[in-house]
Design a protein. Sequence first.
Length: 311
Amino acid sequence: MTQINTITILGGGLIGGSWAALFLSRGLQVRMADPAPHAADQAAAGISAAWPHLAALSSIPATPPWQAFTTTPDIATACQDADFVQECGPDRLPVKHDILAQAETALRPDTPIASSTSSLMATEIAQHARHPERVLVAHPMNPPHLVPLVELVPGQHTNAATIKTAHAFYETLDRVPIVVKKERRGHLANRLTSALYREAVHIVAEGIATVEDVDRAIANGPGLRWALMGPHLIYHLGGGAGGYRAYLDHLGPTQQARWAELGNPELTPETMEKLVQGLEQELQNMDATRLIEARDDALVALAKLKKKAGL
């Protein structure tokens, strides 16, 4: 792998700040470009908030190495001498095209540009790029400093060396990179979560269950297993001694029967209001002021548990 020491982050929002904390914790030089007036302060606050959780997972300095972190409103300035670019701009193609155009005025031709986009495809993003062969999707799950998955999706012109470099780089950060073989809207993980969310909306819209009970069902049922194993492996264990093949032979027909009855809801104003009201009711039964803190504390504990269990 090409030596990567200096990372440029284009976009200092929620995802960009989380990436910055992770990169800094691994001793990298981090430059961030964002034209928003308070982007630097927001990024610094996000890094500070993430630091204790990162410290709980690995041996890092007691405080963030602020001397290794710089911000600028100018994309080209941030891209000077960058070894790797993590693009985190808004998920709108014209904006992505403008960001890449400015970045490529300063980048070396072989510097990878990895987009954190949740839905757009690398081929679309690289449509007007000077060097489309170095553009790829590297989509994390929020927050990327604690959730290890990174989906790598090449575009039609992305070369194999770019994917190989990105894969090796994220592995050095203790991420779990996967390579998606075909470009599809939403890549892989978001397509899976969208399928679940579609049925979660349908269940509420049809009055089958409340928002709160849908959330409780996932968090206290299949979600616990999914945090440890994927659906194929879980059903393999569900097949007993016969494994996955036995499960499919025995319970495959019941799965298919359920598929036939899954809903296809529309987010009408009425449905959205029902969802929001249900969520507001759910929030009354919890400490809503520390949801993010509680989530991140639990993610740290879960990461430790999975490591101890070898999962």
